[in-house]
Design a protein around this ligand. Sequence first.
Ligand code: NAI
Length: 349
Amino acid sequence: MRITKDKLKKLIKTKLNKAGLNEDHAETVADVLAFADARGIHSHGAVRVEYYAERIAKGGINTNPDFKFEKTGPCTAIFDGDNGVGHVAAKLAMDEAVTIAKENGAAIVGVRRMGHSGAISYYARQAAKKNLIGLSVCQSDPMVVPFGGAEPYYGTNPIAFCAPGINGELLTFDMATTVQAWGKILDARSKNKEIPDSWAVNENGEPTTDPFHVKALLPVAGPKGYGLAMMVDVLSGVLLGLPFGNKVSSMYRDLSEYRNLGQLHIVINPEFFTNLTEFMQNITNTMRDLNHIKPATGFKQVLYPGQDADIREQEYGKNGIEIVSEIYEYLTSDIVHRNAYDHKDAFAE
Ligand code: NAI
């Protein structure tokens, strides 16, 4: 079914507010989730609301966090999220990074002790909307086999990048370092759809097409994605003095526990390197150049990275966002959560 972004955001906000988040925090989380759905990143949209609601009810999200921001150098800072909702901590930390980079040319802001923060291009785009380059990486719970390994070590550890073009255009790239994000498996489960055999492995480490048989995810491009996941874990975990590797907390194991996750925002101010207008014009030129590359057989057009999401956002903006009816029914019901996630084996069938 289709729904406008505004209506979806309102429903998410109301549900999270009912679950125990204050107005402000519910508003921010709803904005991040509606952003994801509006760009077709359904794995990180409204599908997550019930999980957050249950985690709030069980005590695994601090609904009254005492955020602390500490500058540790001219361009560096730590934002302590006090295990409140990750979306709010990540957003506020990026606001601080933008301020630092405007003044000093660059900023590196670590977010410590936070919850899950959703589709992290949201934060990289915050910087790009202020004519800066944004880069964000974060930890996620261990569910990915290292190259050559038979048990999970790293998370799906995403990387998001955004650079500003002219006329408000944004060049946005946002990827899990796995072939697919875990949320895509959840999305496939919610739609009862098969997954490609390149995404994940079953209990024997064999490729599987059944989303209900997934026991671990595969890194993108073998040892290269594995290396990127390592890099993300060092930057958003080890660097911030947080649990790392397979010590990172689980999404589902115990919903009464805080997650203590980390995220790192890196912001670069192009004005400290080149002429800003020229830079932004050239970002737009890059986007156009890519669109004019001769398409390979079977392709209509080369899209710049993230253009698929830009196209979906435009289409959804006109015709409404496509969401699964079960999610709509949950959002419009009186149910806050149905005890569906606590102590759940994420890989259970
Ligand atoms: P994806 O595989 O759907 O897309 C990856 C990137 O490729 C995107 O930038 C997309 O716009 C681009 N792309 C896809 N098709 C394209 C095409 N035909 N031409 C040009 N560009 C194309 O994304 P993935 O890896 O499944 O990640 C989904 C979301 O999950 C992201 O928003 C990520 O931040 C989020 N995530 C969040 C985590 C967390 O713990 N907070 C953990 C893992 C992922």
